[in-house]
Write a protein that binds this ligand. Structure first.
Ligand code: RFL
Ligand code: PHB
Length: 394
């Protein structure tokens, strides 16, 4: 692969946000180069999100990368919320007038996007080290990086910072321009992937006095489970037996009784955080996805927000290159943030309603019970949950 010395849009980060942007721009004749810090195999083996909003599925279809998703994705027309031993089905289809979500792993979305990138002979520079962005607020931005010991420079018209929470793009924006909003939760999620049939045919988000648990899946034979854990836990300290016993102790008894256990394929701990930076644009640098915002995973919004950012950004860049229309670029940050903050609110609300917060005491626990009872008794409350869970329009 030869590394070009210029491109129209330089994309930092070869995760789902970066590759989806590359794909959408390619279809409109806009040239891109993707710089990714990690090796391709590493990127393709990361286990993350599992739930796609309908808007994300539609966008992946428009991008021409949904044929496997359409064959293998599991359509879910409902989701369960449990509290202690009580269970409540939220009928997404009925409450939202026919909308639903699709269970299809982020790992698969990323693999499909890489296959599309290969098919277009698109450049992804893997193991790009020390990526640095220059003159982003001038008229001729460029990136420098090292690959196999050689330093490269790529000039471009715009840079898309799709390099996740720990990336370099956000750090390029001067601190006095960027405003950061952050809430760190005093716990994490311990997740396990296992080739056992899921305990239920829909997801179960379970609030419990022992802590939150989530029963999710990747297919009818592969389960993904999470339990709330303290931040000083280490995944290595959790044997499979210890995990299955803890999971059963976080679920309604009738669900726990039906659990099928087996060896884990992957086990990891993720901290929970709410985080937003404003604005999402500085000069010719545009942030998208986890580079600009993080949600706790409770509402399944992270990947879906990355997708809606990329929808706005791709439209704006295409308008610039094909019609010399810069309105979309000028309004990108405000449009994206309007949707981001609603997803932040929803993810914070689901996290707060269902996790164990010992520091909130007996009053906090009663409020959580009241929250669940209200949800169980009010179609309006269920409708609010459902419309957010299937995803607000973009
Ligand atoms: P990514 O996926 O982090 O990709 C960023 C890429 O940039 C690269 N990079 C760099 N490249 C070059 N130079 C540098 N200096 C670089 N620094 C970093 C990285 O190697 C990486 O390849 O961000 P992106 O594309 O914005 O995508 C966001 C999503 O990955 C994320 O929001 C979701 O995974 C969040 N999430 C979920 N989202 C959902 O919508 N539904 C879910 O069900 C859901 N479940 C989850 C989740 C995230 C989780 N974890 C582990 C944080 C469950 C979990 C457990
Ligand atoms: C997952 O399957 O990994 C998953 C599903 C729903 C969430 C978070 C993670 O809210």
């Amino acid at each position: 692969m030869t590394i070009p010395d210029k491109t129209q849009v330089l994309i930092v980060g070869g995760g789902p946000a970066g590759l989806l942007l590359a794909q959408l721009l390619h279809r409109e004749g806009v040239d891109t180069v993707v710089l990714e810090r990690r090796a391709r195999d590493y990127v393709l083996s990361r286990i993350r999100a599992g739930v796609l909003e309908q808007g994300t599925v539609d966008l992946l279809r428009r991008a021409g990368v949904a044929s496997r998703l359409d064959r293998e994705g599991l359509l879910h027309t409902g989701v369960e919320i449990a509290f202690h031993d009580e269970r409540l089905r939220i009928d997404l289809d009925d409450l939202t007038g026919g909308r639903s979500v699709t269970v299809y792993g982020q790992t698969e979305v990323t693999a499909d996007l890489y296959a599309a990138r290969d098919a277009m002979n698109g450049v992804v520079v893997h193991e790009a080290e020390d990526v640095a962005l220059h003159d982003v607020d001038g008229s001729s931005p460029y990136a420098t990086f090292r690959k196999d010991g050689t330093t490269h420079r790529i000039d471009c018209a715009f840079i898309a910072g799709c390099d996740g929470f720990h990336g370099v793009a956000r750090a390029t924006i001067p601190a006095d321009i960027l405003k950061t909003y952050e809430l760190v939760y005093p716990f994490g999620w311990l997740g396990v992937l296992s080739d056992v049939p899921p305990v239920h045919d829909e997801l179960i988000y379970a609030g419990h006095e022992n802590g939150f648990a989530l029963c999710s899946m990747r297919s009818l034979t592969r389960s993904r489970y999470y339990i709330q854990c303290s931040l000083d836990e280490k995944a290595e300290d959790w044997s499979d037996d210890r995990f299955w016993a803890a999971l059963a102790a976080h679920l309604p008894r009738d669900v726990a009784a039906r659990l099928t256990t087996g060896p884990s394929i992957e086990k990891s701990i993720a901290p929970l955080r709410s985080f937003v930076v404003e604005p999402m644009r500085h000069g010719r640098l545009f942030l998208a996805g986890d580079a600009a915002h993080i949600v706790p995973p409770t509402g399944a919004k992270g990947l879906n927000l990355a997708a809606s950012d990329i929808h706005y950004l791709s439209e704006a860049l295409v308008a610039h290159f094909t019609r010399q229309d810069d309105k979309g670029l000028e309004t990108y940050s405000a449009r994206a943030l309007a949707r981001v903050w609603k997803a932040e609110r929803f993810s914070w609300w689901m996290t707060t309603a269902l996790h164990r917060f010992p520091e909130k005491g007996a009053f906090g626990a009663r409020l959580q019970q009241a929250e669940f009872d209200y949800l169980a008794s009010s179609r309006a409350a269920q409708q609010s949950l459902a419309e957010n869970y299937v995803g607000l329009p973009f």
